[in-house]
Design a protein around this ligand. Structure first.
Ligand SMILES: Cc1ncc(COP(=O)(O)O)c(C=O)c1O
Length: 381
């Protein structure tokens, strides 16, 4: 039985061009970009060129890009870095209940340092409203952090509208675009974003590398202390192969004009239609027509996450749920809890299917039939 990977929102395999470029860099470019000799200068030139290219993909200047070890570090640098640098202007920060833990746990850490956090609710469809942001905004709010695409249900947040209402306010706008960068074309200036996090491994790049975009006027502190790299905001010898890999990954997408969006959407739609034509009971968490095309979070009546994940795994289907497995017990997803309320059946019977580069139509149809079989068995049909 062919294993089928429907967990691209968790991570993606590297594009062959990425592997090739990275191997080449690992073999040939081993100088430290901070060294002044020719080996260092060569590495520096490649680093600078990659920074310029990646910054250009989001309409930013190269001086506005800080390479990090991934999305988690970029989120931490944005939240904690901004909070520490701007606390004289206020100690209030707004975020949402549906952020990734990279954001939520950084926010909790800030609470322990005496910052006041507001966690915005979301509608049943999974959206934050600009009106809610406005309602909770205070004179002393220094940061609003709202993700672009939610990683569990795929809800796309109204970032442009939120940026608009923050225009004349001191608060910076940060967005975690880890699920969006490489899927939709982003222009940080046109959207009015002050800080943005991205991660290479969600777009067929390598794991352990990402970036934080921060506009030139944005004040934030470094969280590590060391050398002068990344304009003193993120010390440590740069992972040149990783950065080259990230650049190669986004370069493939740019060259293809973001056609991956439509391709992944066609897989998701096909999967959905196959399920619809069967007689299993399911509902979409979120509003189907408005979701990011990579993610489909489905609630299956009369099933439970744990046996479902195990049975799907036995059938060769790799998927996820937002539920965290802590010490052997399953904790309901914080995102579905925010959307539907604690103890709602959807929080414990939902599965995330996420589509991407490893899929093809035949495989998606095959996956749907295996899912239907498992659901029928577990729901006692
Ligand atoms: C929305 C979101 N933010 C942040 C992260 C963390 O990124 P990384 O794995 O690169 O640290 C993820 C990864 O799952 C994510 O989906």
């Amino acid at each position: 039985m062919e294993p089928i990977y429907l967990d691209h929102a968790a991570t993606t395999p590297m594009h062959p061009a990425v592997i090739e470029k990275m191997s080449e860099t690992m073999k040939e470019i081993y100088g430290n970009p901070s060294s002044i000799h020719q080996f260092g200068r060569r590495a520096r030139a490649i680093l600078d060129e990659n920074r310029r290219y990646i910054a250009g993909t989001i309409g930013a200047d190269e001086k506005e890009l800080y390479f990090t070890s991934g999305g988690t570090e970029a989120d931490n640098l944005a939240l904690i870095g901004v909070a520490l640098a701007n606390q004289k202007k206020g100690k209030h920060i707004i975020t949402t209940k549906i952020e990734h833990h990279a954001n939520l746990h950084a926010a909790e850490h800030l609470e322990s340092l005496g910052f006041e956090l507001t966690y915005l609710p979301v509608s049943e469809a999974g959206y934050v409203t600009p009106a809610d942001v406005e309602k909770h905004l205070r004179d002393e709010t220094i940061l609003v952090s709202i993700m672009m695409i939610n990683n569990e249900v795929g809800a796309i947040q109204p970032i442009k509208e939120i940026a608009e209402l923050l225009k004349d306010h001191q608060a910076y706008l940060h967005t975690d675009a880890v699920q969006a960068y490489g899927l939709i074309k982003i222009n940080v200036k046109a959207l009015g974003i002050d800080l943005m996090s991205a991660s290479a491994h969600k777009l067929n790049g390598p794991k352990g590398v990402g970036f934080l975009y921060a506009g030139q006027e944005i004040k934030f502190n470094a969280l590590q202390h060391g050398g002068n790299q990344e304009r003193l905001k993120r010390p440590g010898t740069e992972s040149l192969p990783g950065i080259v890999g990230m650049r190669t990954a986004i370069q493939q997408i740019e060259a293809d004009n973001y056609k991956n969006f439509n391709q992944y959407k066609s897989y998701r739609d096909l999967f959905y239609q196959e399920l619809k034509q069967s007689d299993i009971d399911f509902t979409v968490n979120g509003v189907f027509d408005e979701l990011a095309p990579t993610i489909l979070n489905l609630s299956f009546a009369n099933t439970k996450v744990e046996p479902m994940l195990m049975s799907l795994d036995l059938e060769g289907i790799a998927v996820s749920s937002g539920s965290a497995c802590t010490a052997g017990s399953i904790e309901p997803s914080h995102v579905l809890t925010a959307m539907y309320g604690a103890d709602h059946p959807r929080t414990s019977n939902s599965i995330r299917f996420s589509f991407g580069s490893t899929n093809n139509e035949k495989q998606v149809i095959d996956a749907a039939s295996r899912v239907i079989k498992v659901v029928k068995r577990l729901a006692g049909k």
